[in-house]
Design a protein around this ligand. Sequence first.
Ligand code: C2E
Length: 350
Amino acid sequence: MPSDIDIYIRSPKAYDWARQAIEAMEAHKVWPTAVNFELWVHYVAAKDSRVTAAIDTVLQSGAPFTDQVGEAIAEQHLPHAKLSGEILDAGKSLTEELDSVSRAIESARETTESYGQQLATASESLQGEDAEAVRAMVENLSAATRKVREENAALESQLAETNDELGRLREHLEQVRRDAMTDALSNLANRKAFDEALEQACADPNGKVTLAVVDIDHFKIFNDTWGHQTGDQVIRYVASVVGRIAETGHRFAARYGGEEFAVIFRGEASEVALQALEGAREEISSRILKRRSTNEDLGAITISSGIAERRAAESPSALLERADTALYASKRGGRNRTTVAGAEEAPKAA
Ligand code: C2E
């Protein structure tokens, strides 16, 4: 089944729409990412669609049309993006369902085993009695018990097979879910996984959570100068340094947008996050990168970061907004620096 963009892009007006979409993106300072391109083709080709209405709402609000805004609109309104989210959720429910079936099977197996053992014990204790009638009864009972145990044994082996099959299915589903939560370029968690992790971290209204957002400075210029392939390598490099921050403690690192990353620090204060992010900043700014194809020096790149420690009962989106504001303070302050929310006036300079 063709996606919506296929319908527009294979129509006689396709080139006009593609050109108009690019022009509209440029006019509104929107990066031409694949997702944004798809949205903006809808915008120029389907004036009365929900995508168009959602884009108009953002434009009228005067807020910048960032990659995150585009991804949120795509997730909500583009049928295939919505579908993949629903598949993920279905996978999660199925995994939970399988867990509960496995537990039921395991408990049935334990009950059967203990029933067999109880009968065996009763039968042994009755063997001490003299009466012939009791002996006959015991023998009958033993025979019946043996039969039940044999049948149970067959059932147990069948259940064990089913349980193994469920285990394999669960592993497969988990793998599919992990893949869908991972950003293929950087190998870090993706935006969806990040949203879930932040939601979870903030589930306890009093839990300590610090959030850091990181952005590669002048990435667009770098990309325009050296090309997308080298740009992708730089994203992989920064991802590897940011990812290392999350190798200790209850931390979680993600590629949050195009050249933007985020780290969640659970149970850690902003001072700890500041130290970690400053370490990453220094490491990145002191490394001279090479162009793989020609071995030319690319020079060093820098990152800017914003950090916010969660206030009591603060929502994930409010926390993210404060971290973003701190990041913009770092950008305004000259880049290559880390700012902690609440201390924007005096950012930690390079
Ligand atoms: P990758 O190319 O897959 O490299 C993975 C890791 O292998 C690197 O992790 C590094 O530990 C090691 N490695 C690869 N090539 C070299 C090399 O020529 N010399 C040395 N000493 N080690 C090497 P690292 O450094 O964290 O980089 C992660 C990714 O970041 C790399 O993945 C690559 O995609 C990108 N990257 C890092 N440095 C550069 C660079 O100077 N130029 C370009 N184009 N990409 C780079």
